[in-house]
Structure formats: structure tokens, C-alpha cells
Design a protein around this ligand. Structure first.
Ligand code: CA
Length: 228
């Protein structure tokens, strides 16, 4: 049974969420402040995090968590709906961002997806912690890589995409498949966002971005990772 920690200062919302998530089979606890949650988050598989909290904010808590654990799953659930707030949450390292008011089935679906992705990612990292191709390497555990600009930190999504393409190397993976497996959306955002990520990855791992060696485009379908 997965254990969830809700960090939420509105008692009614927190208790309602706890009740519904326990019906779904999750063990769920509530912290009303970020200060209470910080020493305890490691006991849980995933955190559902509000942003506007009494003292320390959700973003500050997330930043602290990321210093200790780069991979810990955090889903932000916030009344802040502005694009810049969502971007701030995601760039602070949230795995997902849901705005209030929210749909419960949607929240449950997103929790499931994050936990599935986490278990896929950590299972596979044991087999290939550091994957080498050409003079590049990716450390999937530390989210680091040796790229054209030296050793850099990769984002979670860059690692997820590389991991998925490498696991399916020599097979064409469609944009839709990547969106479903990596982002886990039933109604995927624009497939162009996949292309943007591939462009960033090529900047890291291709000597000649116009003639990619590893991250090939398959016209009209998607992408294929080739290893030599
Ligand atoms: Ca709040």
C-alpha cells in the first residue's frame, strides 16, 4: 500500500482528501504546515503539497526536499492557477501540478501515474545506473550526464525520455507513446512539447544536431534511439 502525505492547512480540504484517498487504498496522513512535513516526508511514497501555507511556503518546502532527495515524488495541489505559478512549481521540481478546485478522479489518476513512473524509473536505474554511448554518459540515479557542454544536471523529464528511448532502442517510439508513458496524460498536451525536449536532448548529445546520430527522427511517427 502506498503511503501519501498531504501538506495542507485547510482542515476540511485535508480531511476530505484523506478520506477519499483512503477509500482508494492509500495510507494517508496530514501535516498542516511545511515545518511539520519536512522531517517526515521520507516516511511517505508521495507528497500532495499546497503552496500557500502559514509560514514556510510549499515552494520553500519543495526546495528543501530537492536538496535532500532529487527524485522524491511531489504533486502540487494549489489554488494558484496562473501560468507563472505553475511554471514556478514545476521548475522547483514538482512532478505534477493540479489547480484547485480539482477533480478527484483526475487527482487519483495523476497520483497513480507518478507512482508508476517512479517505480519504473527506480527499477530500471538499478540495471543501468550509468549508461554510456559514444563519449557521452547519463547517470540515471544522479540525474547527471556528460554532454557536449561537459558534465551537467539533467531535468527529470530529460532523464525519463532518455531512459524510455534507451530501453526501447532500435524501435521507433511515437510522440503519443512518449506523452502517455512519460507525462501520463490521457488528453496529452501538444506533441510539440515532445519535440522541444528532443531538441534539448540533441543539444546535449549530438555533435551535429542537423544530422543526429543517436536521437533519430522517424518522419511522421516519432523518434528512435540508436546505439552503436
Ligand atoms: Ca493553503
Amino acid at each position: 500500500m502506498s503511503r501519501l502525505l498531504i501538506v495542507e492547512d485547510e482542515p476540511n480540504l485535508a480531511q476530505g482528501l484523506k478520506f477519499n484517498l483512503e477509500i482508494e487504498g492509500y495510507h494517508t496522513d496530514v501535516c498542516e504546515t511545511a515545518e511539520d512535513a519536512l522531517p517526515r516526508f521520507g516516511e511517505y511514497d508521495l507528497m500532495i503539497l499546497d503552496i500557500m501555507l502559514p509560514k514556510m511556503s510549499g515552494i520553500e518546502l519543495l526546495t528543501e526536499i530537492r536538496k535532500q532527495d532529487y527524485k522524491y515524488p511531489v504533486l502540487i495541489l494549489s489554488a494558484r492557477t496562473a501560468e507563472e505559478d505553475i511554471l514556478e512549481g514545476l521548475s522547483a521540481g514538482a512532478d505534477d501540478y493540479i489547480t484547485k478546485p480539482f477533480s478527484l478522479p483526475e487527482l487519483i489518476l495523476r497520483i497513480k501515474r507518478i507512482l508508476q513512473r517512479q517505480s519504473w524509473y527506480s527499477k530500471t536505474t538499478k540495471r543501468t545506473v550509468r549508461y554510456t554511448f559514444g563519449h557521452y554518459w547519463i547517470d540515471f540515479d544522479a540525474f547527471k550526464a556528460c554532454t557536449n557542454s561537459g558534465e551537467v544536471e539533467l531535468t527529470h523529464y530529460e532523464c525519463y525520455i532518455m531512459k524510455y528511448l534507451i530501453e526501447n532502442k532500435h524501435r521507433t517510439v511515437s510522440r503519443e507513446e512518449l506523452l502517455e508513458k512519460i507525462w501520463g496524460y490521457d488528453n496529452p498536451p501538444e506533441t510539440r512539447s515532445v519535440d522541444n525536449f528532443i531538441a534539448r536532448l540533441r543539444k546535449h548529445f549530438e555533435a551535429d544536431r542537423k544530422n543526429p546520430k543517436y536521437l533519430k527522427s522517424i518522419r511522421g511517427v516519432g523518434y528512435r534511439f540508436l546505439d552503436y
